[in-house]
Design a protein around this ligand. Structure first.
Ligand code: BG6
Length: 454
C-alpha cells in the first residue's frame, strides 16, 4: 500500500494542483486502489476537518468533480499535525508509510530545514522525495539543497518538479526529434537559423505577490520551464529514454550554454513590468499597485533572454527565450526557423519564406511552413502549412506528474546537475540586472510587451 505524504497539505499548491490531480486520476481510473494520502502541516486539523478542507479545495479548483470521484479522493485522506522542520514530528508523520512518496509542497524557505528533518527522522532509503519549484533561489542555494538531498537519498529517488515536462507537446519534442528520420540531419546550426521559445500569458499576478514579487519572470519561468524546453530541443540524442540518460543529455547541453557576461546581459536580455490595462478580458491594475507588491523591488513581469550554446551542433544559433504576464494574447510555442535555401532559382520578388517548424503548446499543435508553387504563375511561390492538431492531453500536467511520482518514475523530472546549471546561467543575469542594466521597461497590460527585442 503506497502512501503519498504531502508536507504543506493545507497550502495553496496542494489545494490548487495536488488535490485536483488526485481527482483527475480518480476520474480517469488511474488512482492506484491501494494508495493512501496523508497530509501533514502545522494547521491544527484532524482527519475529518482536513477532509472538509480538501472538499472545499476540490470544489474551488477541480471544476465539476462527480460526487463519487470527490468521495473516492476524500476517503483516501488522512492528516497529522506536524511541524515539518522538527525531526521528531517528521518521524511520527513517517510512521507506517512504506513505500513512501514525500511531496514537499512547501514555501521554498522550508525546503532545507525540512530535508534536514527528514534526514534526522530516518527517511527510508527507498522513499521518493518530491521537491517543488523553485529549486533554490540561486546557484548556491540549489547546491546546498542538492547536498542535503544526497544525505537522505540517492539521485534516482529525487523528483524535482517541473510540470512543463508533463505537458503533452513537451513530450512530443522527443517523438518528433527521435522517431522521425527526416529531422536529425538538419537539426543543427548548418540548417537552423534561430529558435524562439515563447510563453506569453494574459494572466496577471493572480494574488501570488508573496511568491512572485520576490521571484519575477526570469526565476519563475525562464530558469526552469523554458530552459527545460531548450534542453529537449537542443540536447544530443540520448541512448534511451531512461531517467539517467535523459538527465545526462539535458545537463550536458546546459553546460554548453554560455555564462552571460554583463555586456551580453545588456545586449541580450529585456526586463519589463506591466502597467494598468486590460488583458484576458479583464481590467488589470498597475503591477506596482497589486496587493503585496513592493514597487522598489523592481520585479520584472516580462523577461527575454538570448542563450548561446557553445558546441558543434549549435554554435552561432540564438535561442531566444521569452515569457511575460498580462500580455494581449496568450502564445506558447517553440518556433524553429530554418536557414534560407543556398541558391535562389526563383527570380527577384519570388524569394521563398524560411521554413518554420512550430510546436504550439496550448492547444497542442505541430506545424511546418513550406513554399509551394500554387495555382497560376508557376514561378509565383505560395506559402503552405503542414499541420496537425494533437488530441487534448488525456491527463492534466499535474495528474500525469503525480502518476509518475506514484510509479517512482523520475524520467520527467529535473536532475540535480540541471537545476544547478540553470542557476549558473541565470545568476549572472540577475546580478547585472541589479545594477539597473538593462533598465526596467514598462508595457501596458494587454499589449504585446515591451518594444525592445533581444
Ligand atoms: C508556473 C508559474 O510554474 O507556471 C506561473 O509559477 C505560470 O507563473 C505557470 O503561470 C504556467 O503554467 P501552466 O501550466 O499553469 O499554464
Amino acid at each position: 500500500m503506497t502512501t503519498l505524504l504531502i508536507f504543506g497539505a493545507v497550502g495553496d499548491l496542494a489545494g490548487r494542483y495536488l488535490l485536483p490531480a488526485l481527482a483527475s486520476l480518480a476520474a480517469s481510473g488511474n488512482l492506484p486502489p491501494e494508495l493512501r494520502v496523508r497530509g501533514a502541516g502545522r494547521e491544527d486539523l484532524d482527519r475529518d476537518s482536513f477532509r472538509a478542507h480538501a472538499g472545499e479545495q476540490l470544489d474551488q479548483h477541480a471544476g465539476d468533480v462527480p460526487p463519487d470521484t470527490r468521495d473516492t479522493v476524500l476517503d483516501r485522506l488522512d492528516y497529522v499535525v506536524a511541524d515539518v522542520t522538527d525531526p521528531s514530528a517528521v518521524a511520527s508523520a513517517l510512521r507506517g508509510t512504506t513505500p513512501l512518496r514525500v511531496y514537499l509542497a512547501l514555501p521554498p524557505a522550508l525546503f532545507e530545514p525540512t530535508v534536514r528533518a527528514l534526514a534526522e527522522a530516518g527517511l527510508p532509503r527507498d522513499a521518493l522525495v518530491v521537491v517543488e519549484k523553485p529549486f533554490g533561489t540561486d546557484l548556491e542555494g540549489a547546491r546546498r539543497l542538492n547536498r542535503l538531498l544526497a544525505e537522505v537519498t540517492d539521485e534516482d529517488h529525487i523528483f524535482r518538479v517541473d510540470h512543463f515536462l508533463a505537458k503533452q507537446t513537451v513530450q512530443n519534442i522527443l517523438g518528433l526529434r527521435f522517431a522521425n528520420r527526416i529531422f536529425e540531419p538538419v537539426w543543427n546550426a548548418r540548417h537552423i537559423e534561430s529558435i524562439d521559445i515563447t510563453w506569453d500569458e494574459t494572466l496577471a499576478l493572480e494574488g501570488r505577490a508573496s511568491y512572485y514579487d520576490t521571484a519575477g519572470a526570469l526565476r519563475d519561468m525562464l530558469q526552469n520551464h523554458l530552459l527545460q524546453l531548450l534542453c529537449l530541443v537542443a540536447m544530443e540524442p540520448p541512448h534511451t529514454l531512461g531517467a539517467r540518460d535523459l538527465r545526462e543529455r539535458k545537463a550536458d547541453v546546459l553546460r554548453a550554454v554560455r555564462t552571460p557576461t554583463a555586456a551580453q546581459t545588456a545586449r541580450d536580455t529585456v526586463r519589463a513590468r506591466y502597467t494598468a490595462g486590460r488583458a484576458g478580458n479583464r481590467d488589470v491594475v498597475d503591477y506596482t499597485a497589486e496587493r503585496g507588491v513592493d514597487p522598489d523591488r523592481g520585479t520584472e513581469t516580462f523577461a527575454a533572454m538570448t542563450c548561446w550554446i557553445d558546441n558543434w551542433r549549435w554554435a552561432g544559433v540564438p535561442f531566444r527565450l521569452r515569457s511575460g504576464k498580462a500580455l494581449g494574447a496568450a502564445r506558447s510555442e517553440i518556433a524553429i526557423r530554418f536557414r534560407d535555401v543556398p541558391h535562389l532559382v526563383f527570380g527577384q520578388g519570388h524569394e521563398p519564406e524560411p521554413n518554420v517548424l512550430r510546436m504550439v503548446l496550448d492547444p497542442d499543435r505541430v506545424e511546418l511552413s513550406l513554399n509551394l508553387n500554387g495555382a497560376g504563375d508557376p514561378f509565383d511561390l505560395e506559402p503552405a502549412c503542414l499541420g496537425t492538431d494533437l488530441a487534448a492531453q488525456e491527463l492534466p500536467a499535474y495528474a500525469r506528474l503525480l502518476l509518475d511520482v506514484l510509479d517512482g518514475d523520475t524520467t520527467l523530472s529535473v536532475g540535480g546537475a540541471e537545476a544547478e546549471e540553470a542557476w549558473r546561467i541565470v545568476d549572472p543575469v540577475l546580478a547585472t540586472w541589479s545594477t539597473e542594466t538593462p533598465p526596467l521597461l514598462e508595457y501596458p497590460a494587454g499589449s504585446s510587451g515591451p518594444s525592445a527585442k533581444t
